[in-house]
Design a protein around this ligand. Structure first.
Ligand SMILES: *Cc1c(COP(=O)(O)O)cnc(C)c1O
Length: 409
């Protein structure tokens, strides 16, 4: 089939898949491009985003944090207030409505932190799809509450044991399923990456975040110096940055997981670290690879930021320098999470806390007329076990011990 649009960002992107996956990707591309021009589709999506997801999400002035840091004004886009607790729902609703248009009955997804699986399971319950979520066994342990919620929504959560038993392995399993099921099944990929049209499609569905921010900037007449977002695969960042990409201001900063150190396996910094060109999961981009060119291992305290690759458009915009990349360590993310909790009464997801930490650093160096906007891509309820285990270890462990003992009776 003749390609309908250019799916490369510089040298990154494209569609590097087995022949068997070409027909469903062609179908998806065609239906998506048609839907983008359809008023009925937009209307249906807008209704679901408003009634089910709870959009628009607020842009909050973090007044206390700003006062404490004595620098630029900090604003926080509260994506965590969307239904299911993160930005993931924007992309999921968009793709699920496409699946409906294509007449599919079943949806499969991969998930890392569990947030994408959680949003997918919720939307499948709402729109009436059968749902299967592939999740690495290690991630299932790290994010047990999300597994529970997905099952409550009626989804089947399939543990993935191969490789490092995390997100990248879950993507492989989902692609394997899709190769034999695409007649009835849509693969609902959760970030702005993978073979085309996924990177463009996820960005379009996430750009609602950026459009809402842009209209608030204009309404409040803010002098915005910088936008900051955390970057796992890159969907919240590219959606948040999208309306500003063709301008030279504001500064756009993507924050990667600095983890516990700079050695391989201790972080997931592809742009600010040592990403190399490669082709993984059907697209060309920068990846953390070992000396043999195999996908390397990663670490982050946040399950959503430890993916070894990055969306192709972000990799390209890093090369052109429109987006700057930096990294934040596990420790700095934990500190930022506590700072915003104590000062603002909000709980950042550990992923988003990486962006919050960068905002704290930057605000101090800027004058009070300037504004910084942080995308809080999700809220931290899901991280209770990690947070309490880190911040309040003894009390938390004795609570868990007591629960286990009493339930065993
Ligand atoms: C999944 C997730 C991320 C990382 O994914 P992106 O595609 O990079 O946005 C970041 N924050 C939260 C809260 C998430 O759930």
């Amino acid at each position: 089939m003749q390609r309908l649009y250019n799916d490369f960002f510089g040298s990154f992107g494209g569609r590097y898949v087995a022949e068997i996956l070409r027909p469903p990707l062609d179908e998806l591309e065609r239906v998506w491009l048609e839907a983008m021009k359809s008023d009925d589709f937009q209307k249906e999506l807008d209704t679901q985003l408003t009634e089910f997801a709870g959009r628009p999400t607020p842009l909050m002035f973090a007044e206390n944090a700003t006062k404490a840091l004595k620098g630029a004004k900090i604003y926080i886009k509260l994506e965590g207030l969307a239904n299911t607790g993160a930005h993931k729902i924007n992309n999921v609703l968009g793709q699920a409505l496409l699946a409906k248009r294509m007449g599919k009955q079943r949806i499969i997804a991969e998930t890392g932190a569990g947030q994408h699986g959680f949003a997918t399971a919720a939307v499948c319950a709402k729109l009436g799809f059968e749902c299967k979520v592939y999740m690495g066994e290690i991630d299932m342990k790290r994010q047990r509450p999300n597994v529970f919620w997905m099952e409550l929504f009626g989804a089947e959560v399939e543990p993935v044991k191969g490789g490092s038993s995390t997100l990248k392995d879950a993507v492989n399993e989902a692609l394997r399923d899709w190769a034999s099921s695409f007649e009835t099944t849509h693969y609902l990929l959760g970030s702005a990456l993978g073979p085309s049209p996924y990177p463009d499609m996820a960005r379009e569905f996430q750009s609602v975040v950026g459009r809402e921010v842009e209209s608030e900037i204009n309404r409040r007449n803010l002098d915005v110096e910088t936008l900051i977002a955390c970057v796992g695969g890159g969907s919240n960042a590219i959606g948040f940055f999208y309306p500003f990409l063709d301008e030279t201001t504001p500064r756009l900063i993507g924050v990667e997981a600095g983890g516990t150190g700079n050695s391989p396996g201790e972080h997931a910094s592809r742009m600010s670290g040592s990403g190399k060109p490669g082709i993984v999961h059907g697209y060309k981009s920068l990846f953390l690879l070992d000396d043999d060119g195999q996908v390397g291992s990663t670490h982050s305290i946040s399950a959503g930021l430890d993916y070894p690759g990055i969306g192709p458009q972000l990799a390209y915009l890093g090369q052109t320098k429109r987006i700057e990349f930096t990294k934040i360590s596990d420790r700095e993310a934990l500190d930022a999470l506590q700072f915003f909790a104590k000062n603002e009464g909000i709980i950042f997801a550990l992923e988003s806390a990486h962006a919050g930490a960068e905002a704290i650093k930057l605000a101090k160096s800027l004058s009070p007329e300037k504004s910084i906007i942080v995308n809080m891509s999700g809220r931290g309820d899901k991280d209770l076990f990690i947070l309490a285990g880190n911040l309040d270890k003894d009390k938390w462990h004795s609570f868990l011990e007591k629960e286990v003992k009493e339930n065993a009776k």
